[in-house]
Design a protein. Structure first.
Length: 115
C-alpha cells in the first residue's frame, strides 16, 4: 500500500514572541510573555526584590521578542550566556527561570498539553 502524504498544520513554527511584561504583586514578580497568536505564558520570580526582578526581566525582553517561544532550550542558553558574567548570578538565574516557565506555559497552551 503506498504511503499518502497529509498536510499537517505547523502552528509551532509560525508563533512569535511579541511582548514581555513584568508585574510586581506582593512579594513576587510575575512575567507575562505574549505572542502573535494570542497565547500568553506566565512565570513567577520569588526571593528577590520585585522592582529589581521586573527590571531584569524587561531588560532581557529584547533577546526573545520576535523569536519562536517553543525553542525553549535555545532561549535559556542564549539568556544565560548573555549574562553569565554578571555578579549576583542568582538574581539573573531566578529571572531566566521565570521566563523559561512562561515559555513552557506557552508551549503547553499551543499544543494543548499540560506542563
Amino acid at each position: 500500500m503506498p504511503v499518502q502524504s497529509k498536510n499537517v498544520e505547523d502552528s509551532g513554527s509560525q508563533i512569535k514572541v511579541t511582548g514581555l511584561h513584568a508585574f510586581p504583586i506582593g512579594v513576587k514578580a510575575y512575567i507575562k510573555i505574549e505572542t502573535n497568536m494570542g497565547i500568553t505564558g506566565w512565570g513567577e520570580i520569588n526571593n528577590m526584590e520585585t522592582r529589581v526582578a521586573c527590571s531584569l526581566a524587561e531588560s532581557l525582553s529584547e533577546l526573545i521578542i520576535g523569536e519562536n517561544p517553543t525553542r525553549i532550550e535555545h532561549h535559556w542558553q542564549r539568556l544565560f550566556r548573555a549574562h553569565r558574567n554578571i555578579r549576583g548570578g542568582g538574581l539573573i538565574i531566578h529571572t531566566i527561570s521565570a521566563i523559561d516557565m512562561a515559555l513552557w506555559d506557552i508551549a503547553g497552551k499551543l499544543w494543548n498539553v499540560p506542563v
